[in-house]
Design a protein around this ligand. Structure first.
Ligand code: ADP
Ligand code: MG
Length: 327
């Protein structure tokens, strides 16, 4: 199977979606912007051995390659319109490609976000997706919009992906069903696209949690010129809580759970701020898209990040630093 057969067989489908004038097959894809809308564009790369283990289920890999990009659109409040895939493969393994394409295109279909182009080359396994979304001009949710007095929220649960990673590395033991649930969260993250759209006009700032809650919050605080107080007791992994309640020989200590929830990456939840006066609007937006949202703190004028426990006692936020590829 040559390069062009491979593209035709696995990555070429009629891209009959609004705004896509031309998909895979020519030198460029042609996308038609809707009048009054801005493009929101983002790229994310997944590298074998760095972002995922060699031998990861290709269906999950296909899903995740697109999911992490859709998560960036969600964080800006943009609606997905299409994406490109630049793919380096060590070999053209048909079974692998079939399964990979299935995971990728299933998620694409679920979001009406067709594959419109890309590049294919031989090399160490590397997946780079660029996603194109749209939003009404001037309405993007940015990192810079948080204001003193705003509430701070996070969607879903944090730390499950880190819990899975620790288990896969053999550093902790999880009972089989919980390991599967955690591994699902690590390998098949759910991009919060509907929530991002629902928060347009409500949230003052947003970011997706890819590198760890406190690190990503740090980006918002720096961009907004504000500080925050975060209640560490709220953000605990759901799966670890289940494990503890089952008493299944895995009583994790509190500091480990905090590491997972506050510093663990790969959650792809939305971290956002909104004026306190809009609490009920936030609750309604979350309910409308069936996504749990938890208030975890407050934005303050005083710069810096203050972390407190359930009793309001100060904790050392520096213990929960995020991952940095060049750190
Ligand atoms: P060019 O040489 O002009 O860059 P290519 O020969 O690399 O074009 O690709 C041919 C067509 O196939 C282009 O439309 C390109 O966007 C598309 N394409 C290549 N690889 C992929 C891929 N992995 N997924 C989707 N489309 C792809
Ligand atoms: Mg060309």
């Amino acid at each position: 199977m040559g390069e062009f057969d491979l593209i035709r067989r696995f990555f070429t489908r009629p891209a009959a979606a609004p705004g896509v004038a031309l998909g895979v097959g020519d030198d460029c894809a042609l996308l038609q912007p809707t009048p009054g809308m801005q493009w929101a564009i983002s790229s994310d790369m997944l590298v074998e051995g760095r972002h995922f283990f060699a031998g990861t289920d290709p269906q999950r890999l296909g899903h995740k390659a697109l999911a992490v990009n859709l998560s960036d659109l969600a964080a800006c409040g943009a609606r997905p319109r299409g994406f490109t895939l630049a793919l380096a493969l060590p070999e053209a393994n048909e079974a692998w490609l079939q399964t990979f394409a299935q995971g990728l295109l299933q998620l694409a279909d679920a979001h009406d976000c067709p594959l419109v182009g890309g590049d294919t080359t031989r090399g160490p396994l590397n997946l780079c997706v660029t996603v194109f979304g749209e939003l009404p001009t001037g309405q993007a949710l940015l990192r810079s919009g948080a204001r003193a007095g705003d509430d701070l929220y996070v969607s879903g649960h944090l730390g499950d992906a880190r819990l899975a990673l620790e288990a896969l590395l053999g550093r902790i033991q999880l009972p089989q069903p919980l390991l599967q649930a955690a591994q699902w969260r690590l390998e098949q993250p759910t991009p919060r696209v509907a929530l991002g759209l629902a928060l347009r006009g409500i949230a003052s700032s947003a970011i997706d949690v890819s590198d760890g809650l406190l690190g990503d919050l740090g980006h918002v605080l720096r961009a907004s010129g504000t500080g925050a107080t975060v209640d560490a007791s709220i953000a605990i992994t759901l799966i670890a809580a289940c494990a503890d309640s089952e008493g299944a020989n895995c009583q994790f200590d509190l500091d480990f759970l905090r590491q997972c929830a506050l510093a663990g990456g790969d959650d792809y939840e939305l971290l956002f701020t909104a004026p306190a006066a809009l609490r009920s609007a936030v609750a309604q937006a979350a309910q409308a898209c069936c996504t749990a949202v938890t208030r975890i703190g407050r934005i303050e004028a005083e710069p810096g990040l203050r972390l407190v426990d359930a009793q309001g006692q100060a904790l050392d936020a520096r213990r929960y630093a995020s991952f940095d590829h060049f750190g």
